[in-house]
Design a protein around this ligand. Structure first.
Ligand code: ZN
Length: 79
């Protein structure tokens, strides 16, 4: 997937730019860390390393990162 498409999708879902850019850098090998997978809670939203650390330290929650500019019709939800 092209960078521009990933950026557009990330914005659509309300993901912060740092996390989108971090994800783009891992694409297409998807070399995300185990910590990032845990922090993502299998939502499909892979937070960047900095945000992963904050989530695992319980300073923030995954859903706190979702921006109010999210365009997807459904609110972000953990399963
Ligand atoms: Zn981030």
């Amino acid at each position: 997937m092209a960078e521009a498409v990933l950026l557009e999708k990330g914005n659509y879902y309300g993901y912060p730019i740092c996390c989108i850019q971090a994800f783009i850098r891992t694409y297409p090998t998807n070399s995300v860390t185990d910590a990032q997978i845990v922090a993502s809670e299998y939502t499909g939203f892979i937070p960047c390393v900095k945000h992963t650390e904050e989530i695992l330290a319980r300073k923030i929650q995954l859903e706190d990162l979702i921006l109010p500019t999210r365009q997807h019709p459904k609110p972000f939800q953990k399963s």
